[in-house]
Design a protein around this ligand. Structure first.
Ligand code: ZN
Length: 203
């Protein structure tokens, strides 16, 4: 092999695409060549959009979702029910539930799930911050909407135990979502049903 396949700039571009989730070497190569086929302005707009998003987005100091305003749109919305908090793993889960439109409470983003296998401990998540919010006393129900996989269930049980002394209602979303999948891929109707069918934990 010779020529452009060894061009360091192309190798570099492929390597960068290869770092993205779900992108193998072949797709990375296809994307790198696709970028080259675009008009220069489009390439610049693409790169700028990434840098701008990274520079602008920050974590909401209340719910820890990614946001461009602080507090985030949900936390600052006076019309939301402030007695209900839905606990999710990632900001993308907030987007999924918001798309389902039925939910009018607040959120708390853990920024992950407990996974001893991958070295993620409770103290690596925004659990302290959740407990502090609940301790304030306004919250009456905590809906645990972590993913229906091993890590998500472990996290749900752990939270239910921690929340028990606070005397709040702790519910878990129903299993409309296939086990082992995640919230991000569930359609809006399934998510709405899962929330609607939530059950109280720890009985
Ligand atoms: Zn927020």
């Amino acid at each position: 092999m010779s020529g452009m396949f060894h061009a360091p700039v192309m190798q570099e571009l492929m390597e960068q695409f290869g770092k993205l989730p779900g992108i193998g070497p072949k797709t990375a190569q296809r994307l790198a060549f696709y970028v080259l086929s675009l008009p220069k302005n489009d390439v610049r707009a693409f790169a700028d959009a990434m840098v701008k998003a990274k520079d602008t987005m920050t974590y909401c100091p209340i719910c820890f979702s990614l946001t461009d305003v602080t507090p985030c749109q949900v936390c600052r919305d006076e019309s939301r029910q402030r007695q209900v908090v839905c606990v999710v793993e990632e900001t993308t889960d907030v987007f999924s539930i918001e798309r389902a439109r039925d939910y009018r409470g607040l959120y708390h983003v853990l920024q992950g799930s407990i996974s001893p296998m991958e070295g993620r401990q409770p103290e690596d998540l925004r659990i302290k911050e959740l407990m502090a919010r609940v301790a304030e006393g306004e919250i009456k129900e905590v809906i645990i909407a972590t993913n229906p996989d091993v890590e998500g269930e472990t996290t749900a049980l752990y939270l239910a135990k921690l929340l028990k002394p606070f005397g709040v209602k702790v519910t878990r979303i129903a299993h409309g979502i296939p086990v082992g999948s995640n919230l991000e891929h569930a359609d809006a109707a399934t998510l709405a049903q899962a929330l609607e069918g939530r059950r109280e934990m720890g009985e």
